[in-house]
Design a protein around this ligand. Structure first.
Ligand code: TYD
Length: 207
């Protein structure tokens, strides 16, 4: 059996990391070997770049520099963690991937989707997920969850204003519309077990 590469995407506070754990457990129960990982990070080099990206002043990086750092982190993560796991037939569940760069840096940050895709081609050979699960919550519910989780300690990117996060949400929605075969949009409102059920259902054809 070939490995499967599944990504979870969405804005701040939509519950991706909780759902990633739950989905991994459900897939393991079905006998799959599962690797859980996240971006930015997921390999030693990428975790070092994560700190550069998420700590420090808002003005620390220009928009293109930020996009390049995310692409560099992703290149290391793909080469050292994701491709080897897929080659061994594992399922890789990743909390955020290319589509976050397309939505945050490409859309909200103004770098543009074409530039982000070129960086991904250079850095990661254009690797795409077999399925991308886009978790969606109304903006206010997500912001309240993120505040409960982060308090005043939101990272450089999470701390950006509502207009930025609104542009991120719009960009994600457009990506899902453009690639209906790869994307499934999941309403993340409701009890966690119900959301996990919907996520599993959205992977049915790959199981
Ligand atoms: P993290 O603490 O992992 O946030 P979350 O729980 O919201 O996923 O921080 C990741 C932050 O980095 C988040 O604000 C989204 C942002 N990000 C980008 O802007 N571009 C990217 O390509 C990725 C992977 C993340």
């Amino acid at each position: 059996m070939p490995g499967r590469f599944i990504t979870l995407e969405g804005g701040e506070g939509v519950g991706k990391s909780t759902q990633l754990d739950r989905l991994a457990a459900a897939l393991r129960e079905r006998g799959h070997e599962v690797v859980e990982t996240r971006e930015p990070g997921g390999s030693t080099g990428a975790e070092a770049i994560r700190r550069l990206l998420l700590e420090g002043d808002q003005e620390r990086w220009s928009a293109p520099a930020e996009a390049l750092l995310f692409a560099a982190a992703r290149a290391d993560h793909v080469a050292r963690t994701i491709r080897p796991a897929l080659a061994e037939g594992r399922w890789v569940l990743c909390d955020r991937f290319l589509d976050s760069s397309l939505a945050y840096q490409g859309g909200a940050g103004g770098v543009g989707a074409d530039a982000i895709r070129q960086l991904h081609e250079i850095g990661s050979g254009g690797l795409l997920p077999d399925r991308t699960l886009l978790l969606r919550l109304p903006a206010e519910a997500a912001a309240a969850r993120a505040r409960r989780r982060d308090g005043d300690g939101a990272d450089r990117i999470g701390a950006r204003d509502a207009a930025y996060h609104g542009a991120v949400a719009a960009a994600f929605a457009a990506l899902a519309t453009d690639e209906p075969h790869r994307f499934r949009t999941i309403d993340a409102d409701g009890p966690p077990e119900q959301v996990t059920g919907k996520l599993l259902h959205a992977l049915e054809d790959l199981l």
